[in-house]
Design a protein around this ligand. Structure first.
Ligand code: C2E
Ligand code: MG
Ligand code: MG
Ligand code: MG
Length: 285
């Protein structure tokens, strides 16, 4: 039995903890089944250009279509997928969906799509990543320049050299690289100069409340200016209001993404959206 708090490592049996462990094991086995049965669906959220654009840029966001629970958001399963390594297979399924979409879109003669895919740190450091991705792209006749990869800066902590190898290979194949959730990762800024980064995505946390939140407004301004000085493009994520949109486009952000413009949508809704042509440039009225 447990003796004293803080000293003993022995604990009383705690039914609440045990119940959580059972839940977690259930989740893992459900997720294994989901990977095997490909229960994932990819939704796409547009990133609108502040200049006139001829290709629509979208971000692929995975959803789990659970047989009894319905749609499950990535925040509820990505961390388990990362801890168990299943993220590698899920990532392949997301990239496959993105490549199919790009290839079908090209065949239909409709405006081109460029799809951004999120990469977890476990994928980035998977020894077979490049081989797996090459296989998926060539199977669907997609060129890497039709893809972008979003990686959070926490992936670079203590690992800049390893990250450089993988990102440089993706980059020299023709893909673009974006730093996701910029400014939230407690990372040093030195990686910005060392890694082949094309784009910085200002995290939603900084976009909230601008322009009336003057601290956030200052941070957005500083991030945009830093990225542009390093010849990177700037995307603001989580744009929910017209005020935010006009402030951020005034900072010369290259693309804006958020519920104000478009929510993540299923593939068929996305195709309607592409054909509507509404995306060709940010409109603020
Ligand atoms: P993220 O890559 O930073 O994606 C942005 C998240 O913010 C998405 O949540 C999106 O639906 C949401 N969002 C977009 N606009 C707005 C807005 O205006 N307001 C608010 N409140 N939210 C907005 P989602 O789809 O739940 O994804 C959450 C995170 O899960 C992603 O953050 C990403 O880190 C991860 N994720 C999603 N799909 C994948 C994937 O295929 N692979 C990996 N490794 N991670 C993924
Ligand atoms: Mg992202
Ligand atoms: Mg993000
Ligand atoms: Mg995020």
């Amino acid at each position: 039995a447990a003796k004293k708090y803080g000293k003993s490592t022995i604990r009383h049996y705690d039914p609440a903890i045990a119940a959580r462990q059972v839940d977690r094991l259930q989740r893992i086995s459900d997720l294994e089944k989901a990977v095997a049965e490909q229960q994932f669906e990819v939704h796409y959220q547009p990133k609108l250009s502040t200049r006139r654009s001829h290709a629509l840029h979208v971000e692929a966001l995975v959803r789990w279509h659970h047989p009894s629970e319905g749609y499950i958001a990535p925040t509820a399963f990505i961390s388990i997928a990362e801890e168990t390594g299943m993220i590698v297979d899920i990532g392949d399924q997301v990239l496959t969906a993105a490549c199919k979409l790009i290839a079908n879109q090209r065949k239909s003669g409709a405006p081109a799509l460029r799809v951004a895919v999120n990469l977890s740190v476990q994928q980035l450091y998977d020894a077979n990543l490049l081989k797996r991705f090459e296989d998926i792209l060539s199977r669907h006749g997609v060129h890497a320049s039709e893809l972008e990869f979003e990686v959070t800066e926490s992936a670079f902590i203590n690992n800049v050299d390893a990250a450089k190898g993988v990102l440089s290979a993706l980059k020299s194949a023709g893909a673009s690289i974006a730093v996701d959730d910029f400014g939230t990762g407690y990372s040093s800024l030195s990686y910005l100069a060392k890694l082949p980064i094309d784009t910085v995505k200002i995290d939603r946390a900084f976009v909230q409340g601008v322009p009336s939140d003057s601290d956030n407004a200052t941070l957005c301004k500083a991030i945009a200016s830093l990225a542009h000085s390093l010849r990177m493009s700037v995307v603001a994520e989580g744009v929910e209001t017209k005020q935010q949109a006009s402030f951020l486009s005034g900072l010369d952000c290259d693309q804006l993404q958020g519920y104000y413009f478009a929510k993540p949508m299923c593939e068929s809704d996305l195709l309607d959206y592409v054909n509507s042509g509404d995306w060709q440039q940010v409109t603020l009225d």
